[in-house]
Design a protein around this ligand. Sequence first.
Ligand code: CTP
Length: 398
Amino acid sequence: MPELAFRRLVLGVTGGVAAYKAAELARLLVRSGVEVRVVLTEAATHFLGAATFQAITGQPVYTDLWDTRSPQGMAHIELTRGADAVLVAPASADFMAKLAQGRADDLLSTLCLARDCPLLLAPAMNRQMWEHPATRRNVAQLVADGAVLLGPAVGEQACGESGYGRLLEPQQIVDGLDAHFRPKLLKDRRVLITAGPTYEAIDAVRGITNRSSGKMGYAVARAALEAGAQVTLVSGPTCLEPPPAAQVIPVVSAQQMLEAVESQVDAADIFIAVAAVADYYVLNPSEMKIKKDAHILTLELAPNPDILANVASRPQPPFCVGFAAESENLEEYAELKRRRKHLPLIVANDALEAIGTDEVALLLLDDDGQHRLPRADKLTQARRLIEHIARLYHGLFQ
Ligand code: CTP
């Protein structure tokens, strides 16, 4: 469901090396159907020219408070009239300091002050600038004034240092903007999610795992964040980039996943167990690499704890959602699993179809019966699932 199509956005670009990413950002926004009006600060023009943005957006680009092209000659007010949001990306330390003080000495800062639509800021600066008490103060003030922060990310910076202050990637900024416009069905609810496979060591370099990619669990985490939840993602080994706003706890084995979940579950309102937890672990794994010889190697396997069943059987469990991947008798086996683990909701899918693919059909089973979610990409399914969870959760607890 595109939340961005037909939106009107003012994209402010301030001066900083990361400004080069703003051209790609503008391109992605236009491709999502957004009408983008770009405003450059004077400093930004040292990194990128107005012609670039004009070509990408097909709209006039503004840099000057005294621009007379707008109908009443008041670009600082007219540009945000009818806009759905102002997004400043990258937002420099200097520009945020100016905004925090409510100063208005150029076009972009003036229209940030003279607006009645949301303001989103994607900061980008050197890590020491980001960590400086003055910047911390300014950021806290801007958030208190209602600005929404997208990032920054942690990582390598243009100056060669590494830390917090990197601009989010353009697609992550588009995703953050998209999330901003989605209904906040789980506002401020705390959602705990397990995702990915677990890995049970056989020796120092080998182990037992499964083909779960983690894509469904990560999509559920993103959909819950979009719905306004605070998300903790306990993730087995995957190659995926987690959503920037999630608290991520990386784990390897089922035992570690259980410990991570137990450390978080008291604070959770909703627990969604998407992980494909290995059913068994290897008793006495070797600390060294096992050398091959001509003999038969016997591994002793012991059952892993059932994380979801443990959580669901607590005296006051959070709202628990399980997944059931079945290769036959989907509805019957999934419903048996739901009852055995005392779950208000289970999400069933075809095990052979779901592994490694990007599109799945899901069947939701709850006390009201069955609800089919016809085949779609995993993010779309995750959003539908979160809508369903929010309906049940609010029905039960409010
Ligand atoms: N689960 C869990 N901890 C485990 C095993 C499973 O939390 N040790 C959770 C999964 O995250 C999923 C659900 O339980 O939500 C799957 O149930 P399970 O009975 O494990 O399914 P299968 O492993 O597919 O069981 P079976 O082989 O009996 O079909």
